[in-house]
Design a binder for this molecule. Structure first.
Ligand SMILES: CC(C)(COP(=O)(O)OP(=O)(O)OC[C@H]1O[C@@H](n2cnc3c(N)ncnc32)[C@H](O)[C@@H]1OP(=O)(O)O)[C@@H](O)C(=O)NCCC(=O)NCCS
Length: 388
C-alpha cells in the first residue's frame, strides 16, 4: 500500500489508516476465478476430510465470471471430480453471490431434498477497478470455499434469524464490455449502511439488543475501515441515535465495542484486500483461526452486502469443537508464499490480464508460477486449464 500510495502521489496514511489496508493480492493472468475456486475447494474438502461424493450442490458466487453463459461452477465440478448427480450453478450479485448461495444451500438442506448430502459454496473473485482510480487501493483477489451441512462443525446459522434487503441502486456495476468495475464509491458506502440497517431489522426486529450478548460482529469488508463504519451503524441502531466524536463517552463506547467485536478479525482482509463475495468469509476464517476456542458456543452476527444492491444479516453460533479445525483453515502458509511486486510488475500484470482472455497460449512460468492449476489460454474459443 505504501508503494502504491507513493506511486500515485498520495499520502500513505490515506491507504493505511484511512482505508485500513496493508497489502493487496494481485492475480496473474494465469489465475482466474476457476483456478482460485478449485484450489480453495480442494483445500476445504481435504482439510476437513470430506468425500467429494458427499457433495450434492455446488454453487460458485462470483462477480468475476469467465464466460457470459458457462458457469465457473461447472469447470470446478469437473476439476474436483464431483458426482454427476450434483446441482451446479453460479450466482452473481456483486459481493453478495456467496451469501445467496449459502442461504440457498441451507434451504436445500432444510427442505429435505439434500437426502443427507452436503453443499459446497465457493466465493471466488478478482476485484479490478483500474489503474489510478479511487478504487485502485481497494482491489484484491481470492477465494473461500465452505461446506454446508446439516450438522455444521464450525458455525451453525440460525434459520429463524436471517434477514434480507434489496434495492435497485447504481453504486457499483460492471458493464458487459468492461473488465473494470465502475463505482460511485461514497454513495456505495451509504447504500451498504442502509442495507445493513434494513437486513438487520428483517432478521431480528427494530427493538433487538444483540450486541451485549454477541461474541463477534463480522461484516462485508471491501476495505477494513468499512467495518468500522458498519459497526458504528450497528451500534447506533441499539443506542437509538447517531454516535459522533463530539460525544466523547459514546464515542469511547463505540471504539471499545469495535476493538472487541470486529477489529480482531480483519487481519486477513487488510493483507489480501477486497475479494468481493468472499470478504465476509475471510473475516470468519480469521476469527476461527484465532478465537474458535474462546468463542466456542457463542453467537456472532454476519452481514453480507452486494452492490446493486442485495444484503443479508444473520446470527450464527460457533461450534463447540471448532478450534479442532484451526490448522485446516489457516491460510498463513499461502500468504507467506506470496511475492512482493514492484509497481512496474503490478502494472505489467494488469496489462497482460487485459489480453489474457484472447491469448492462445499463456505460460505460468513467465509469472514465476508452477506446480498448480492454471489458466493457460483460450483456443478455438475454449478456455484451457492445466495442472503443472
Ligand atoms: C472507498 C473509496 C470510496 C474511498 O475513496 P476516496 O474518495 O479516494 O477516499 P476518501 O477521501 O473518502 O478517504 C478515505 C478515508 O481516508 C481518510 N484519509 C484521507 N487522507 C488521509 C491521510 N493522509 N491519513 C489518514 N487518513 C486519511 C479519509 O478521511 C477517509 O476516512 P473516512 O471515510 O473515515 O472519512 C474508494 O476507494 C472506492 O470507491 N472504493 C471502491 C468502492 C467501495 O469499496 N465501496 C464500499 C462499499 S461496497
Amino acid at each position: 500500500m505504501t508503494d502504491l500510495a507513493e506511486a500515485r502521489d498520495v499520502d500513505p496514511g490515506k491507504y493505511l489508516q484511512g482505508l485500513g489496508q496493508r497489502r493487496m493480492a494481485i492475480a496473474s493472468p494465469c489465475e482466474d476465478t476457476v483456478t482460485m475456486a478449485a484450489d480453495a475447494a480442494t483445500r476445504a474438502l481435504q482439510g476437513f476430510d470430506i468425500d467429494p461424493a458427499e457433495i450434492g450442490t455446488l454453487i460458485v458466487g462470483t462477480e468475476t465470471g469467465v464466460d457470459h453463459s458457462k458457469p465457473v461452477a461447472v469447470y470446478v465440478h469437473e476439476l474436483l471430480g464431483l458426482d454427476q448427480r450434483c446441482r451446479t450453478f453460479e450466482t452473481k450479485h456483486a459481493c453478495y453471490g456467496a451469501m445467496a448461495g449459502l442461504t440457498a444451500s441451507m434451504d436445500w438442506i432444510g427442505s429435505g431434498r439434500a437426502r443427507g448430502r452436503k453443499a459446497l459454496v465457493i466465493a471466488s473473485d478478482i476485484a479490478r477497478y483500474g489503474l489510478k482510480t479511487a478504487g485502485e487501493p481497494t482491489q484484491g483477489a481470492g477465494a473461500v470455499a465452505m461446506v454446508i451441512a446439516e450438522d455444521p462443525r464450525l458455525l451453525a446459522i440460525d434459520p429463524q434469524r436471517i434477514g434480507d434487503y434489496t434495492r435497485q441502486v447504481m453504486d457499483f456495476w460492471r458493464p458487459l464490455y468492461s473488465k473494470y468495475a465502475f463505482a460511485d464509491g461514497h454513495y456505495s458506502i451509504q447504500c451498504y449502511l442502509d442495507a445493513l440497517a434494513g437486513a438487520r431489522v428483517d432478521a431480528v426486529g427494530e427493538e433487538a439488543e444483540l450486541l451485549a450478548g454477541l461474541g463477534a460482529c463480522l461484516y462485508h469488508v471491501p476495505f477494513v475501515k468499512m467495518a468500522f463504519k458498519a459497526h458504528q451503524r450497528h451500534l447506533e441502531m441499539e443506542y437509538g441515535g447517531p454516535l459522533s466524536k463530539d460525544h466523547t463517552e459514546a464515542w469511547r463506547m463505540l471504539t471499545d465495542s469495535y476493538q472487541r467485536l470486529a477489529a480482531p478479525w480483519l487481519g486477513l482482509n487488510a493483507e489480501i484486500g477486497n475479494i468481493y463475495t468472499g470478504s465476509l468469509f475471510l473475516a470468519l476464517i480469521d476469527l476461527l483461526r484465532q478465537a474458535a476456542e474462546g468463542l466456542a458456543g457463542r453467537e456472532i452476527s454476519l452481514f453480507s452486502y452486494g452492490s446493486g444492491c442485495g444484503a443479508t444479516y444473520c446470527i450464527g453460533r460457533i461450534g463447540d469443537r471448532a478450534a479442532h479445525w484451526r490448522e485446516a483453515l489457516d491460510p498463513a502458509e499461502q500468504l507467506a508464499a506470496r511475492r512482493r511486486l514492484s509497481i512496474e510488475e503490478y502494472e505489467g500484470l494488469i496489462g497482460d490480464t487485459e489480453q489474457a482472455d484472447t491469448v492462445e497460449r499463456l505460460d505460468p512460468a513467465r509469472y514465476g508460477l508452477d506446480g498448480g492449476l492454471y489458466y493457460v489460454g483460450t483456443r478455438d474459443h475454449r478456455r484451457q486449464y492445466s495442472r503443472g
